[in-house]
Structure formats: C-alpha cells, structure tokens
Design a protein around this ligand. Structure first.
Ligand SMILES: *[C@@H]1O[C@H](CO)[C@@H](O)[C@H](O)[C@H]1NC(C)=O
Ligand SMILES: *[C@@H]1O[C@H](CO)[C@@H](O)[C@H](O)[C@H]1NC(C)=O
Ligand SMILES: *[C@@H]1O[C@H](CO)[C@@H](O)[C@H](O)[C@H]1NC(C)=O
Ligand SMILES: *[C@@H]1O[C@H](CO)[C@@H](O)[C@H](O)[C@H]1NC(C)=O
Ligand SMILES: *[C@@H]1O[C@H](CO)[C@@H](O)[C@H](O)[C@H]1NC(C)=O
Ligand SMILES: *[C@@H]1O[C@H](CO)[C@@H](O)[C@H](O)[C@H]1NC(C)=O
Length: 617
C-alpha cells in the first residue's frame, strides 16, 4: 500500500510549504531552568482496619427439624424471612447452612416496599394465594461473601477457601438442605469471586439456603460472613461480567497510574449534566502480592472489608490519598468520563482494580431500593514499572495536547507540570505554523471550490493536531520492557541518575541513528530523559492527516516497506497482548481492535471522492 498525493485542482500557485512535514523545524524555546527535585513518594501507607469478626459470638447455629408447616406466611423457627430489596447478613461457620424464606406474600405482594402483611389480612391473603398459585413470579436472589476463612498455611498464605453455595427451592427440604448432595443441580449454584445471582420462578414460598462448605481447619481459620437479598424487581447485588472494559488502564510509570472509564455519554446535550454530577464510580484496588481480595472480587462487602485501596468521590476511602478521581473530557472525542490518577504506588508492582457503581449515581447508596447493592465490574490488572524516566501525568496540565494520556519521556529534575509545559509549548508552536499554511487554503469557499466535500478545514485541523501531539510526545516504555514493538532510543545517553545501558547494547546499537537518537532532538535536549523505549505512532494517525487536509498542503506519510517507515510509524496489529503502536485513546488494557479505531474519522479510502486528489496505489 502506498499513499501518494497527486496534483490538486486547487490553487497550484500555493507553493509547497516548507513548514509542512514541519517536524524538523526549529523553534526557539526558552532556556529551561531545571527545577528542584520533587518526589511523589507517599509518606506512609496505612493498612485498613482489621475487620475480623469474633467467631464465637455471632456464629450461626442452624436448627433444622423444627419447621412448623402450620405457620403459613411466617418464617419457621431457624428460618429468617427475607423482605423485598432488604439485605440480611450473617456469620456462618464452615460446614453449616443458613436458611431463609421469601414468603409468597412478599413475592406476590406487589410493591417493593411492602412488608409481609399482618394477621388481619390473612383472609384476603389466602385468596390472593389461590390466585397466585396459577401464576409464577420471577424472584431475583443475590448474595455476596463479606468475609471468608483466612489461610494459615505458611507456604501458601494467599490460598483461598472454597466458595459459599446458594440453594433455592420451593420446599424447605430443598432450600435448607443439610448437605449439598441432596440438592438437585438446578437448585444450587456456587458463588464466584464471592458473589452469586440466581433467578427463580416462584409459585409460592421460596426457600433459600446459604451453605458454607467444610474447611480444613489446619489450613484455614475464621468464618464466613455474607449478605443475601431477594427482590421481585431486579438483582439487589449485581456483578456485571459482560462489561469487561468499563475501566481502561491507560498507562503507568514507576509510581503513577492513569485509569479512565469508558465515555459516560456521547450525547452533547448530556455533557454538562454528566460533568457536573458526582463521579458515578468508586474504585477498589489492591497490590496483587497482598491478595486479600482473592475469591471476593465480585462482592461489594468483600471488597469493602478486604481491599487495600478505595477511591471514591468523597475522599473517605482506604488509602484514598494515593489516588485522585474526577470527571474529565480529556482524551479522544472529548466525551465525559471518570478518571483515576494514582500517585505513590510501589515500583515494579502488579495491581488489580475493580470498578464499583453504587445504586444511585449520586454516590449515596440507596440501600433499600431495587438494586440497592450496586454493581461490581470485572477486575482489571495494571502494573508500575522500574525506571523513573517515563512519566504519566493526569493530563490536567495539558492545554493544547488534550488527548494525551500516555507516559512520555521525562526526568525527575522536571516535575510533571514543567514536563507538560515543555511538550505542550513545543506542539503548540508547531501548530501555529500549520495554521498559517492552512489559512491560505480556501476552506470557507463555496462547495465546488473546496478541496473536498467530505472533509472540511476543521477536520484537517483536528487530524493535524492529533498527529502532531502523537509524534511530538513519544509513548514512553520502560527500558526493561519486553514488548518487541518498542524501539530503543538514546542508547548512548546516560539515564537521569547517571547510569548507562550495558556496554554490549551500546556497542551493538550505538552507531545506528535509529537507536542513538530520539524522534526530536530539541525536546530531547530540553528534557534529557536518557535511554527509553518508544511505542511508535500508528500509521493511520498520519494517513488521517493526508485524507483530511487539502492536497495543496503536500503532507506526506511514509508507507510500509519504504525507507523511514518503520523508524517513524507502526501498523496496528490484531488484538495481541502487546501494544503494537500508539494513538490517542490507546489503552494498555487490551480491548477489541475495532473499539480502538478512530471513531470520528472513517478510515475508508473509498469514502473520499477522487476529486479530493487522493489516490491509493
Ligand atoms: C514545578 O516546578 C516549577 C518550576 O520549578 C515550580 O514553579 C512549580 O511550583 C512546581 N510545581 C509543583 C506542583 O511542584
Ligand atoms: C422461568 O420461567 C421462564 C419463562 O417464564 C423460563 O424461560 C425460565 O427458564 C424459567 N426459569 C427456571 C429456572 O425455571
Ligand atoms: C508497597 O510495598 C510495601 C512493602 O512491601 C507494602 O507494605 C505496601 O503495602 C505496598 N504499598 C502499595 C500501595 O502497594
Ligand atoms: C537508573 O535509572 C534507570 C532508568 O530509570 C534504571 O533502570 C536504573 O536501575 C537506575 N540505576 C540506579 C543505580 O538506580
Ligand atoms: C549516531 O550514529 C550515527 C551513525 O549512524 C553517528 O553519525 C552519530 O554520531 C551517532 N550519534 C550519537 C549521539 O552517538
Ligand atoms: C524495517 O523494516 C524492514 C523490512 O521492511 C526490516 O528489514 C528492518 O529491519 C526494519 N527496521 C527496523 C528498525 O525495524
């Protein structure tokens, strides 16, 4: 594939401008005064309070065999009645069962707030039952494990005990079975990661058991604690297993990490309302080496009791000081999303992050309504790196390159504000030259004189700015990265801390201009990041400029296989584990390729009229 610009039917008098492709153009930048060394290290890390509940005090003692079938609509002793949308919680020793009943008057009683009726209404209730027995009603049962036995194995301190099991039946014997072996397969379901959702068709009372499996007490100690709820409207506790990419890991450095949610709306009419509302999500996070949340990652109370970090809008979470969250429109498309910016994490550490959406979007938990337990999303993994010369910033300091949310080459001598100022100013100055050229091209001319009916000058400006920021601010990858698509830069330079790469690497690559320099020598001189690896920009970021801008601009991209291509651009791969190239919005969380494609610009050559002077050869 090769892109070429043929002659334009536009003003050929426009001389090919030396400003375009303008990358080598020198801009006189003010001499930088290096700031004093700043550090993002946290002062001290506080462990969350110990939430262990005294085993002996509250342990549940089931009493079977004393059910009184004559008490209609009332829980038999030892069986707790569940009310619509109100969770019940309980401690449970391994090897025991807790038993609940959702009575038929709760199920068929209509309004979600209704409690079981009093004795006065027994008569009408009976009538209702006769009616109801012909019908079935869906009952949504859900439960979360809040605490589970802890491993006491020296060689396996993070071993997980077996998960709880829910049993659901219209008979007491089935719903409150002593042993799981007695329960048919379709009436029981094991919790997964501390959560279970079970939908039942009820024609009468529904019995619900929560069964704690036997646990080897030489390996685990302490008990289970859970929360269970029944609802006729929707699940009280929801685990959204489908929505795997609600949260995206954008990038990391040795102590900072940037995570963003997907766009919360793409409807411009809703932007203001969404931006002004409380951030809708909380985030639980944990250093994977600690792993207290193992087996509980789909459970709200399990995360609340065991996670290391909780980030919420009101600042009250565990280790909340490690992360700032808020709404942002930075990033591709300028759509509202919630951002989480961590600082002060440990270097070279793996973390897990779990997004949680409380039931009402105003961050107050509406605990006694339908779905009051909120929604937990699947865990994502992210990690910090070792080296200190790639820096990820929270983006707020970018004024011009407002779609940049990746790590860039940096130096501890420059704080993030200064670093961004240097890159942003450079890009903006380059852009000013481009604007001068664009001003000579008749964008606002009548349709038959414009360079393309499909693209306008504002498309060109947007594409050029996106390209400019992507090539000006390299996506920085730690030198220790094993990503084969990352290109080593500045091999001969010293790191900011004075050390150099091993001799053998410098000897092998040091005389190759691709490896012994960086993309932009001026920025390199100002920032002095030393050796780093770069994920090259995706070639489509460049082609988008060719397609969006007037041919008279003479903007050209190298094509794959040609000289210069693979030192300056890379081609998007399929959904492999490794990032192949960079574009604004490219996350480290691997998602489907289609989801990452430029959404605002159709990348189909055939959509451009030939009169746009673009030929694909
Ligand atoms: C960053 O460095 C600049 C220049 O030294 C200084 O003026 C500014 O206060 C620093 N900002 C922060 C947040 O430390
Ligand atoms: C409940 O009823 C619906 C139809 O109303 C049916 O599709 C579903 O399979 C039933 N579920 C169970 C667990 O029997
Ligand atoms: C950082 O490492 C220390 C020592 O291993 C550990 O105690 C602490 O919990 C870790 N903090 C985070 C946020 O990972
Ligand atoms: C110096 O910095 C580089 C890159 O940040 C790192 O890989 C290296 O381990 C550091 N060396 C020392 C002695 O700290
Ligand atoms: C990089 O390599 C080129 C040869 O390809 C050489 O001319 C140049 O001096 C080298 N630059 C540095 C900084 O080592
Ligand atoms: C660039 O691609 C060519 C083949 O297309 C390959 O031979 C060469 O090694 C590549 N160079 C780099 C720096 O990856």
């Amino acid at each position: 594939m090769r892109l070429r610009l043929s002659q334009s039917r536009l003003a050929t008098s426009l001389a090919p401008s030396p400003l375009i492709g303008a990358f080598c153009l020198l801009i006189a930048a003010p001499k930088l005064v290096l700031s004093t060394l700043t550090s993002n290290e946290p002062e001290a890390l506080i462990e969350p309070a110990d939430n262990t509940i005294d085993n002996a005090q509250h342990a549940y003692e089931p009493e079977f065999g004393v059910f009184d079938r004559s008490i209609v609509g009332r829980a038999p002793s030892g069986v707790t009645a569940l009310v619509n949308n109100v969770p019940e919680s309980l401690n449970l020793s391994p090897g025991t069962t807790a038993c609940y009943v959702v009575s038929k008057d709760v199920i068929f009683g209509g309004s979600s707030a209704s409690r079981r009726q009093t004795d006065d209404s027994e008569e009408s209730d009976e009538e209702g039952n006769a009616d109801a027995s012909k019908n079935t009603r869906k009952v949504y049962l859900s439960a979360n494990t809040c605490l589970q036995p802890r491993s006491i194995q020296k060689d396996n301190p993070t071993a997980q005990p077996p998960q709880l099991v829910i049993t659901v039946s219209q008979s007491e014997a089935g719903g409150c079975a002593r042993t799981l072996a007695d329960v048919p397969e379709d009436q029981k379901k094991s919790f997964r990661e501390g959560a279970v959702m079970f939908q039942a068709n009820a024609t009468g009372d529904l019995y619900v058991g929560i069964v704690a499996p036997e646990v080897d007490d030489t390996k685990f100690k302490e008990i289970y604690n859970f929360e269970v709820a029944a609802s006729t409207d929707m699940y009280y506790h929801t685990y959204n297993a489908e929505n795997t990419s609600e949260l995206l890991w954008m990038d990391s450095d040795s102590s900072a990490v940037l995570l963003v949610t997907r766009d919360l709306t793409s409807d411009p009419k809703q932007f203001q309302q969404v931006m002004e509302a409380e951030p809708p999500f909380s985030l639980y996070a944990e250093n994977v080496a600690r792993n207290y949340t193992g087996g509980l990652r789909a459970s709200v109370c399990g995360l609340q009791n065991n996670a290391q970090i909780l980030v919420n809008g009101n600042g009250g979470g565990m280790l909340n000081q490690l992360c700032r969250t808020g709404m942002t429109i930075r990033g591709p498309g300028g759509h509202p999303k919630q951002q989480f910016y961590f600082q002060g994490l440990n270097a070279t550490s793996k973390y897990t992050g779990i997004l949680y959406k409380p039931s009402s979007s105003t961050a107050k938990r509406d605990v006694n309504g339908p779905g009051g337990g909120g929604t937990v999303f699947p865990a994502i993994n992210f990690q910090t790196v070792q080296g200190r010369n790639c820096k990820v910033v929270d983006g707020a300091d970018f004024e011009f390159c407002d779609e940049v949310n990746w790590a860039m080459p940096g130096n501890d001598q420059l704080n993030n504000t200064e670093l961004v100022r240097v890159y942003d100013k450079y890009a903006r100055d380059m852009y000013a030259n481009f604007e001068k050229v664009l001003a000579q091209i008749p964008c606002e001319a009548p349709a038959d004189q414009r360079y393309s009916l499909a693209r306008s000058c504002s498309d060109c400006e947007r594409a050029y700015k996106r390209w400019l920021c992507t090539v000006t601010i390299p996506r920085c990858e730690d030198v220790s990265s094993t990503n084969p698509n990352a290109v080593l830069r500045n091999v001969n330079d010293a790191f900011p801390n004075g050390t150099r790469l091993p001799d053998d690497i410098r000897q092998a690559l040091g005389n190759n201009i691709y490896f012994n320099s960086s993309r932009n020598s001026q920025l390199n001189e100002e920032i002095k990041p030393g050796p780093y690896k770069e994920i090259l920009p995706c070639d489509d970021v460049c082609y988008d400029v060719v397609q969006s801008c007037p041919a008279a601009m003479q903007f050209v991209c190298p094509s794959p296989g040609r000289v210069g291509f693979n030192i300056s651009y890379a081609v998007r791969g399929d959904s492999s584990d490794e990032m192949t190239c960079n574009f604004p919005g490219q996350s480290r969380t691997r998602t489907s390729v289609a989801a990452g494609m430029l959404s605002s610009a159709p990348y189909l050559i055939s959509m451009i009229p030939l009169t746009a002077s673009l030929l694909l050869l």
